[in-house]
Design a binder for this molecule. Sequence first.
Ligand SMILES: *[C@@H]1O[C@H](CO)[C@@H](O)[C@H](O)[C@H]1NC(C)=O
Ligand SMILES: *[C@@H]1O[C@H](CO)[C@@H](O)[C@H](O)[C@H]1NC(C)=O
Ligand SMILES: *[C@@H]1O[C@H](CO)[C@@H](O)[C@H](O)[C@H]1NC(C)=O
Ligand SMILES: *[C@@H]1O[C@H](CO)[C@@H](O)[C@H](O)[C@H]1NC(C)=O
Ligand SMILES: *[C@@H]1O[C@H](CO)[C@@H](O)[C@H](O)[C@H]1NC(C)=O
Ligand SMILES: *[C@@H]1O[C@H](CO)[C@@H](O)[C@H](O)[C@H]1NC(C)=O
Ligand SMILES: *[C@@H]1O[C@H](CO)[C@@H](O)[C@H](O)[C@H]1NC(C)=O
Ligand SMILES: *[C@@H]1O[C@H](CO)[C@@H](O)[C@H](O)[C@H]1NC(C)=O
Ligand SMILES: *[C@@H]1O[C@H](CO)[C@@H](O)[C@H](O)[C@H]1NC(C)=O
Ligand SMILES: *[C@@H]1O[C@H](CO)[C@@H](O)[C@H](O)[C@H]1NC(C)=O
Length: 782
Amino acid sequence: MDAITCSMYIFIFYLSHLQQTAVADNSSYIPSENIVLNCGSNTSEFVEYDGRNWNGDIASPYVPSNADTKSLIVRAPNTRQTIPEVPYMTARIFKSEFSYTFNVTPGPKFIRLHFYPASYLQLNISNAFLSVSASNFTLLRNFSVSLNADYLNLAYFMKEFIVHVSESVLELTFAPSYNASDAYAFVNGIEVVSMPLDLYIQGDYAPLPLVDHSNVVYIYNGSAMENFYRLNVGGEQIPPKYDTGMFRTWDTDEVYILGSNIGIQPSNISMPVLYADKAPPYSAPADVYRTSRSMSPFENGLVNLNYNLTWFFPVDSGFLYLVRLHFCEIDHDITKINQVVFTVFLNNQTAEEQFDLIAWSGGPGVAVHRDYVVMVPQVIEGKQDLWLDLHPYKDSKPMYYNAFLNGVEIFKLSNVGDKNLAGLNPPKSFKSGSDVKAPRVAKFNRSSKKLKFILIGCGLGAVVLPILLCLVLFGLKVIRPRRVMSWCGLAVHTPNQIEKSKSSFCLHTPNQSEKSKSSFCRHFSMREMKVATNDFNETLLVGTGGFGNVYKGSFDGGATYVAIKRANPMSEQGASEFETEILWLSQLRHNNLVSLLGYCNEDGEMILVYDFMANGTLYDHLHLRNRDQDHHPLSWIQRLEICIGVARGLHYLHTGTKHKVIHRDIKTTNILLNHNWVPKISDFGLSKEGYPSLVTTNVKGSIGYLDPACYQSHKLTEKSDLYSLGVVLLEVLSARPAVSQCEDDEHVNLAEWAMLCFENGCGEQIVDPNLEGNIVKECFEL
Ligand SMILES: *[C@@H]1O[C@H](CO)[C@@H](O)[C@H](O)[C@H]1NC(C)=O
Ligand SMILES: *[C@@H]1O[C@H](CO)[C@@H](O)[C@H](O)[C@H]1NC(C)=O
Ligand SMILES: *[C@@H]1O[C@H](CO)[C@@H](O)[C@H](O)[C@H]1NC(C)=O
Ligand SMILES: *[C@@H]1O[C@H](CO)[C@@H](O)[C@H](O)[C@H]1NC(C)=O
Ligand SMILES: *[C@@H]1O[C@H](CO)[C@@H](O)[C@H](O)[C@H]1NC(C)=O
Ligand SMILES: *[C@@H]1O[C@H](CO)[C@@H](O)[C@H](O)[C@H]1NC(C)=O
Ligand SMILES: *[C@@H]1O[C@H](CO)[C@@H](O)[C@H](O)[C@H]1NC(C)=O
Ligand SMILES: *[C@@H]1O[C@H](CO)[C@@H](O)[C@H](O)[C@H]1NC(C)=O
Ligand SMILES: *[C@@H]1O[C@H](CO)[C@@H](O)[C@H](O)[C@H]1NC(C)=O
Ligand SMILES: *[C@@H]1O[C@H](CO)[C@@H](O)[C@H](O)[C@H]1NC(C)=O
């Protein structure tokens, strides 16, 4: 057999093997028990959201015959919020121990408890501390529904447990946690749904390695679990009725991503998902596998070596957690081993050093899940964050430096000794007690939408930077115009001249761009915007411009500040800039580019939400300080660092993306400084994708920064940005505006003037007097 026949044979064997084990993506599980109880109700109602009939528990076979004497049937008082009628508007209240008894088949069951904290019968909800047990497992103990709702910032929520039933009866017991006349417990809804035996427990009880320990952990039918997170990474929320028959909810992941480095969200909606033995068809809906989040695909991902793709999940201390990661290769060009390899870290420890999905799955479109157990020690009481980091594995020299994830599930495991799953209540939040609190109302969605935007630093190696700076300075010199034109003749952009073309702004094909726009950044509601800005209060105004007003907004009662840019409805440029800004900023991620957190387009408004830049614009620090005593002149080191940061950001725009991006409006008012003085390039309203020889009929930019070469040739290249950057550097050095007016009303173009000075060998003349003595003489020998 020659080599070709041999490899053909292996290929055919591989294909047939794949067909044997992989099945179509729609064979979902049919649960043997699917009990859905609307507590405190006597009717049966269909709920569209989860596609099931919820039966009232009154006169149901699950409550004891003397239920009336042991519990109270109550209705929640009406509120201004719209709370779903089923199951949240009715409840059963327990003043003493009360058990529901379900006759079920033996095996693992989901137990889901639904809670809506309200003042039932004028009882004080702060006194409701619940203990709940099932099959001798403590599910909840001293559990305060109201403290947990405050912590999650949700009006109502659900808790999901998994318990193994050995006999054919499941007893679910509720009780108040302490003995006092005002103590009580309650529940609004109960679900008991069965699941395949091997969904979360491997049939052969294979031990799972404990991350960062030599021990292994057996997850067997004697363990109970509580689901903390179940996320469709990079995709939309999947409601219970679209789960694989077990009515699980899959939430979006974006609120759990650390920092602004959220990666990109590749998806292939038409892709058939092949389920093999590494993920049976009921593991997760196909849509979980069809969407993902990955690092930057540009330049084979070299820049990714500087980052981690990081999520963090608040969990209870002192428990083991089962972390299940779902993977599926969406990119059909990735078919071989060692094309993408990455390391999985859990809580900063290596969980899997070299994860190569193709080696696991055999090819694109094949679903796989991997389980890890991690210990979250009791170093602090209460909640702490469980970290998940993905990082390209450099040592195997893969073809692309990338990492990705399609789905994640996190479960708390019961303590073996005392069969306990109960953690501590979250601390009383600062907000509770005040009347302004308006909990978010979400459909069965219990994910913590706490906004935690933490910036993480990242960047190019230190070696590259001096070179870059030199290049930029050199660039300015090289493209310096021979004949200096008067700036007066240049076309200058005025607000109503902005062109309306949008299609050329998309890096994606047009039909994808619509989707990417909606899924890449978060959509905020108008109400959230009003709360954050105190109804667009004038006192929070931090800037105004052609686009509209910029407000300093706050979330979480001042824990997080954001800049909220609200388009002036009168501004014609608004709609186009709004679109362009979202399109660009949702695809570009760099420490030196301003990060767009989301947008709001309700009520005909156009609002953009950015990270708040505490130190304002570079322009303010260079030019306004003379008028404002609060501004101290920037030191030479600060200025250099700012210039290096801007150069990095620009370098990323020009080389770090698939298609070159030309900013076209680099100037000191568009360079923002955060609280650490890290510069961020902003305002992408004029940006364009740079084709090799893009000819533009419409030269735009700002006076004083516009490259005369571009103006003459009408050719748009990244050199135009470099010219503008050169002007910014001169501005930083001299603290003079790009265009200034002298006494005799003549306009002085800074670039022109500085070049003259350098040519005459008196470059020092332009230096900001505040910097005198700080710069060594050699620096001026260009
Ligand atoms: C499942 O897939 C098969 C073939 O792929 C199709 O005929 C059938 O209608 C699908 N069933 C559902 C419920 O989507
Ligand atoms: C359900 O309860 C309500 C109020 O308790 C009562 O008016 C109604 O008759 C009951 N309906 C049935 C079918 O039992
Ligand atoms: C409910 O109880 C808490 C603490 O026990 C108390 O601070 C609060 O004022 C009470 N609320 C009402 C409405 O009585
Ligand atoms: C719970 O524990 C008691 C006593 O230890 C035992 O008799 C009972 O069978 C257990 N129940 C279940 C469902 O395991
Ligand atoms: C766990 O599995 C063992 C062996 O299959 C069985 O004997 C036992 O009854 C099971 N226990 C539960 C709680 O399901
Ligand atoms: C409450 O008191 C009763 C009777 O004294 C006792 O049986 C029960 O265990 C007590 N419950 C708690 C949570 O202390
Ligand atoms: C999407 O899935 C289809 C069907 O498997 C495949 O042919 C196509 O190449 C995939 N698209 C990409 C971009 O990988
Ligand atoms: C993991 O690293 C991050 C960032 O350095 C740190 O904030 C976090 O506390 C660490 N987590 C653990 C569990 O050590
Ligand atoms: C990625 O995360 C791991 C684990 O926390 C950490 O050791 C490593 O330094 C991180 N790498 C980068 C580039 O941040
Ligand atoms: C119950 O929870 C409350 C609120 O977190 C706490 O103050 C109290 O000490 C807890 N009680 C017990 C017995 O753990």
